[in-house]
Design a protein around this ligand. Structure first.
Ligand code: PMT
Length: 413
């Protein structure tokens, strides 16, 4: 996919080198076009280094125009993505003004245009900006975000640019026409569980664990980036909903189990990244438990194993577990792979220095006849590689399923 990435002058421009990496990681060729004010926030040198192409900014640059004129560039693009998109560029696009290279390209292209607005939340809610947004949407421009959260100005509200990974996922997975590829999981449904569960002891206390949900959310994003419809069943975490993913929030293991089975019928691939509580209190006290004796005993009962229950289904999806272990990681993981009859398991060591809540992870992936090790890398990066491996194994299993029929036919022949 050929993407013209237009960068305009907002503080979120500092995230664009990362956005370029994410787009290129999905196989896109990226040509950057910056406005003059964008250059106040990010350097052309950095962007040239990550995109591998000279950055364009000036409509009147004769040397650059001789190499690829702006009309040629407008034709080259499968998608013109503007991120961050300021209130100013939205107004120019709405009004059809073309005072610089980026706006000229937008008028001259037949490619799809997508914008990722980013601005102060009061600006975003201004009626002028909202009416421009509506107009652009009516004209078929794809509006990505913004999301709600803390802003560079110190305030909180809707106006934050979507995370680079979400923008790249949305642009690469959406049906944007041109030469856009649909992804390895196009047409598939993937269900991911993520985060911890909370098992209530009384109205103010619960049993939980250190899972942050980062790994599971990254898996959901990566599956969406490969074109899948993704359902994410999440325990309580402090993470934004990934863009384009259907999120169901739950608290307890029992709720996660019910919600999983409520959504499982159409699922092709199930990924159990949640750290589900193995036990829950046999009873939840209706009122706060008062301290009395020096010691106290809590009686616990086993929770239903969600992963094993999915793998046992008559028409089970391709089922991938995660194993969190503090020792003998691979041996225990292979035991779980076999006992729970999984198609694949992702084994990670957890401890103070790794696994839970960290941004990076290193894993061993095991399946019935093979395994592969993945070195320490960002969970967001790792998730993309894991999803590629899952898609590959899923396809090869489907191939195996059709094998007996084929051999019957050839025997008859
Ligand atoms: O969330 P992060 O902070 O990013 O951390 C990521 C992680 C360490 C939580 C993640 O990578 C991980 O390993 N998740 C699985 C944690 C876990 O519960 O492992 P386990 O070995 O106890 O369980 C094995 C598998 O059975 C898991 O797929 C789990 O989702 C599943 N399970 C376990 C118990 C249960 N009652 N139901 C289940 O489905």
């Amino acid at each position: 996919m050929n993407i013209v990435l237009g960068i305009t002058g907002g503080i979120a421009a500092y995230k664009t080198p990362e956005l370029v990496r994410r787009l290129r990681g999905r196989g896109a060729d990226v040509q950057i076009v910056m406005t003059a004010s964008a250059e106040e926030f990010v350097t052309a040198t950095a962007l040239q280094a990550v995109s591998g192409r000279p950055v364009r900014s000036n409509l009147w640059d004769q040397k650059a125009e001789a190499a690829m004129g702006h009309i040629e560039l407008a034709r080259w693009a499968d998608v013109v993505l503007i991120a961050p998109a300021t209130a100013e560029i939205m107004a120019r696009l709405a009004g059809g003004a073309a005072p610089d290279l980026l706006t000229t390209l937008c008028l001259a292209t037949e490619a799809k245009i997508a914008i990722a607005p980013a601005m102060n939340h009061v600006m975003w809610s201004n009626p002028a900006v909202q009416s421009n947004r509506e107009l652009l949407e009516e004209r078929g421009i794809m509006i990505l975000g913004p999301e709600h959260g803390s802003q560079a100005c110190g305030e909180t509200g809707a106006g934050r640019m979507l995370e680079p990974d979400d923008i790249a996922a949305a642009v690469c997975a959406a049906d944007l026409g041109g030469n856009a590829t649909a992804g390895l999981l196009a047409g598939r449904t993937v269900l991911v569980t993520a985060g911890p569960t909370r098992e209530p002891i009384d109205p103010v206390r619960y049993i939980t664990n250190r899972s942050s949900g980062k790994m599971g959310y990254a898996m959901a994003r990566a599956a969406a980036a490969q074109g899948a419809r993704v359902v994410l069943i999440s325990g309580p975490v402090n993470l934004e909903d990934p863009h384009g993913v259907e999120v169901h929030r739950v608290e307890t293991a029992e709720q996660m189990h019910v919600e999983t089975h409520r959504n499982i019928s159409e699922v092709d691939i199930f990924i159990g990244a949640a750290a589900v509580s193995d036990y829950r209190p046999t009873e939840t006290a209706p009122q706060k438990i008062k301290k009395q004796e020096e010691t106290m005993t809590l009686k616990l009962i086993r929770s239903e194993d969600i992963l094993a229950s999915v793998a046992r289904l008559d028409h089970a999806p391709f089922t991938v577990g995660f194993a969190a272990e503090t020792e003998n990681v691979r041996d225990y993981a292979r035991g779980k792979l076999e006992d729970k009859r999984l198609d694949m398991i992702v084994a990670n060591r957890v401890g103070d220095d790794c696994g839970f809540d960290h941004d990076d992870n290193t894993v061993d992936v095991l399946w019935p006849n093979g395994e592969k090790a993945f070195p320490m890398t960002a969970k967001s990066e790792l998730a993309h590689t894991l999803i590629e491996l899952i898609a590959e194994r899923f396809e090869s299993m489907r191939g195996d399923d059709t094998q007996p029929e084929l051999s019957v036919i050839s025997a008859r022949d």
